[in-house]
Design a protein around this ligand. Sequence first.
Ligand SMILES: [Cu+2]
Length: 235
Amino acid sequence: MNRNLAGDVNRLSLSVRVLAILLATSLAAGAAEITGRVTVLNKDGERPLKRFDHAVVFIEGLETPPPGEPAVMDQTNKEFVPRLLPVVKGQEIRILNSDKVQHNAFSPHEQEPFDLGLYAAGETKSVRLQALKRHKVYCQIHKSMVADIFVLPNRYFGVTDGNGRYRIDAPPEGGYILRVWHIFGGADQIPIRIGQQTLTVDFTIRSSQTIEEVLDHPGMPGQGQPHASPHGDAY
Ligand SMILES: [Cu+2]
């Protein structure tokens, strides 16, 4: 390749890259992202927990229809997986049983309790929820099984990894409240304005359960939680 041609190719590839960037920017009704890190402290606020996963960061001030695809929670090795399942209001929630033993899934939520009854091995059942925020889920057969389904008004949310990092992809521009909620009760909120730039928001939140509860009873509900089927069924 002679020098001139090489220069032309380089210029061409440069303008293709510039074009790609311009195109991305022009499609940017929500091309930005929100990222950051959530630090979760124990109840007295003095020590961080060992892991910062199981927090959800979400925006309020906007409603979107539920996605067509279901949110999925498995029952495997006598645990609900994931431990925290964020869903959009009205979205199909599929709860399945991948274990060889029987399970059950029920929620004692005040406004919107459900009980999916007994699960045979391999069975799948569905539920849709309208009431926002936390719905605790238990298995009547295995008292150590617990999960949280967290119902959100829109699809713009992210969950933290073990290091507390989260990311919300392509939220629409505008002014909103950014909120965080963790399964041990820590929560916080901050007003944000989403433009075309990536927004970085870190949170430090304090648990409402003591760390002793967390360490002694991993996966157990907080003290004083009722653990009866909402319909009074015996299993
Ligand atoms: Cu079970």
